[in-house]
Ligand binder design. Structure first.
Ligand code: FAD
Length: 259
């Protein structure tokens, strides 16, 4: 394929080609927090991937350029059809993250077409959404907020974001900008506030009191939850006790595993 040729991977392509992986070059690595790196990729063929915000791709690594040694799903943090694909990855020393942690700009990885229909963002009927995230679970919401801003979607969005310390907030200044610009009302809560003595915001885990305080109209919103299994089930129980029906029209989940 000619250099610079722009291909948009469409919805129909997605359905028929779930297994397809394409080469992407790692062009930038940013130390986002003590444990999380932003990895920015650019298609080797100049493709700009189209997807629905909230979707994920498989990132695959091949040591010899032929077979894939390891691949894992990662939520896309950039907006659809951007020049780059951004990911926010916690380096936990596992099979793929130990490779990604040592990755250098210029390295090539294989990236699949987008997946994950259940967590796609779509403007809600009431134009009111609630995003609830823990740690790197903010990744798909960054994509959604970028998309909402870029497309000037009129949606009243509230984000409840739980992290351990102030230093663990991913894309802190971008989140602040979203707040300032009125793209979303973002409430961050620190679960280990003692480690951030200058923090003046919310502390402790997300609970019913925080939901009632910041989201009094929670029953009118579509809730999107992204975090561990444990986090998502706790949040679902909280929402249920606030009167939100636990069906897929009211609560959407992106579950990343058992940690
Ligand atoms: C749809 C989807 C989207 C995802 N998006 C992201 C994302 O945007 N950013 C991101 O960082 N991860 C994301 N993940 C998790 C990711 O796919 C991998 O599971 C993670 O990076 C670990 O891969 P690994 O090969 O390094 O670890 P492995 O060798 O596969 O696992 C090592 C062990 O660590 C456990 N583990 C996995 N994650 C964590 C963690 N965070 N803390 C502690 N233990 C853990 C695993 O359960 C396993 O027992 C997503 C997962 C899913 C299903």
């Amino acid at each position: 394929m000619a250099d610079g040729l722009e291909i948009i991977v469409s919805e129909t392509t997605q359905k028929s080609a779930n297994a397809i992986k394409r080469p992407y070059k790692l062009v930038e690595i940013i130390k986002e927090t003590p444990n999380v790196k932003t990895l920015r990729f650019k298609s080797e063929f100049g493709e700009k991937m189209d997807f629905k915000p909230g979707q994920f791709v498989q990132i695959g690594y091949s040591s010899d350029g032929s077979k894939i040694d390891a691949q894992r799903p990662y939520s896309i943090g950039s907006a659809p059809c951007s020049d780059f694909l951004d990911f926010y990855i916690e380096m936990i020393g596992g099979k793929l993250t130990s490779v990604l942690d040592k990755a250098n700009a210029g390295d090539i990885y294989n990236i699949s077409v987008p997946n994950g229909k259940n967590f796609e963002y779509a403007p809600s009927q009431n134009k009111k959404s609630l995003f609830i995230a823990a740690a790197t679970g903010i990744a798909p919401f960054i994509s959604m907020l970028r998309y909402i801003e870029k497309n000037r979607i009129e949606e009243d969005v509230i984000v409840l974001y739980s992290v351990r310390t102030k230093a663990d907030i991913i894309r802190a200044s971008e989140l602040e900008e979203f707040n300032k610009k009125g793209i979303a009302k973002i409430i961050i809560t620190l679960t280990r506030p003692a480690e951030s003595p200058d923090w003046t915001g919310e502390t402790e885990r997300i609970d019913v009191a925080k939901i009632e305080k910041y989201v009094p109209d929670v029953k009118e919103r579509v809730a999107y939850l992204c975090g561990s299994n444990q986090f998502n089930s706790t949040m679902t129980e909280l929402l249920k006790s606030c009167g939100v029906p636990a069906d897929k029209d009211h609560i959407k989940h992106d579950v990343w595993g058992g940690h």
